[in-house]
Design a protein around this ligand. Structure first.
Ligand SMILES: Cc1cc2nc3c(=O)[nH]c(=O)nc-3n(C[C@H](O)[C@H](O)[C@H](O)COP(=O)(O)OP(=O)(O)OC[C@H]3O[C@@H](n4cnc5c(N)ncnc54)[C@H](O)[C@@H]3O)c2cc1C
Ligand code: FES
Length: 255
């Protein structure tokens, strides 16, 4: 089935650390980890995770994301979705690990986990304190530990170092992670070594978002259709996971 973007009004915009939260005037029944293709005329269309059924968190890094982050109340954005398979909550005590804007789907997941009565811990990381995102939303439903590359807030270093320590200190029924694929590969290796179930949201360039074009191929898996959330064990079997991905022209590119 071919979907066309539906133009939806922006109901509100606010900055929250490294992301701009866009609230839309319509809700899209969705699960944490699912995404929508957001489109702006002349700037293109890319996948963005749901922060809630009517919110997205945009890190302004390039032409489309800057365009989305500079929308104002009353402007319109094209939306296709929800697409993909989201996270599946398991157990009683869960650990969420987010790098950069990877924290967006995890903030949605933390709220759902809290509603189910789970104990939720979040490790969130960014280059510097000003780029740590969605802190108050996370703190309302989880214990939050921050890491920054430059040590300006929380622990100096990577979320993967904090993850190793967290798994030594406590038992978690499942780890959920989202962020750059290089970081996800390390998270997967740490969890598999410790025998802790782990679900990861993979990041690949997408064009159709529907399983047609092959742009998001991850060694035979289509991230838009089969994911973006996968079991860590399954992704570790894929040689390109966290190492290479396809550029817009179809060229294999080192991550
Ligand atoms: C399933 C899925 C969910 C996603 N969810 C979100 C989300 O919730 N929020 C969000 O902001 N993005 C999200 N993305 C990324 C998003 O689709 C775009 O790739 C991103 O916004 C950059 O697009 P652009 O055209 O603005 O910049 P581009 O022109 O693609 O990139 C500009 C520059 O920024 C760099 N860059 C790209 N992405 C990032 C990044 N995340 N951090 C730092 N540098 C980067 C590029 O390497 C390049 O140098 C998601 C991607 C996937 C696959
Ligand atoms: S983006 Fe086209 S197949 Fe996934």
């Amino acid at each position: 089935m071919i979907d066309f973007p539906r133009m939806v009004k922006v109901a509100g915009v606010k900055k929250d650390g490294g992301v701009v939260v866009l609230s839309l005037a319509e809700r899209f029944p969705s699960q944490p980890g699912q995404f929508a293709m957001l489109w702006l005329p002349e700037k293109g269309e890319k996948p963005y995770s749901f922060l809630s059924e009517n919110e997205f968190g945009i890190a302004p890094v390039g032409e489309l994301s800057r365009g989305l982050a500079s929308l104002r109340k009353g402007d319109a954005v094209g939306v296709r979705g929800p697409y993909g398979r989201g996270f599946v909550l398991k157990g009683k005590r869960v650990l969420l690990v987010g790098g950069g804007c990877g924290v967006v789907p995890l903030a949605f997941l933390a709220k759902e986990a809290k509603k189910k009565g789970m104990a939720v811990t979040v490790i969130t990381g960014a280059k510097t304190a000003a780029l740590l995102s969605l802190h108050s939303s996370l703190a309302s439903c989880a214990s939050v530990f921050c890491c920054t590359d430059d040590g300006t807030k929380g622990r100096k270093g990577f979320v993967t170092d904090a993850l190793k320590d967290a798994l030594v200190l406590k038992h978690y029924d499942c780890v959920y992670a989202c962020g750059p694929e290089k970081m996800l590969r390390l998270v997967a290796e740490i969890c598999v070594k410790k025998n802790v179930p782990c679900q990861l949201s993979a990041e690949r360039l997408m064009k159709c978002g529907l399983g047609i074009c092959g742009q998001c191929d991850l060694d035979g898996l289509l991230v838009c259709r089969d994911g973006p959330v996968f079991e860590a064990r399954d992704l570790l079997k894929k040689p390109s996971f966290g190492r290479t991905s396809l550029s817009a022209s179809g060229k294999e590119t080192v991550l």
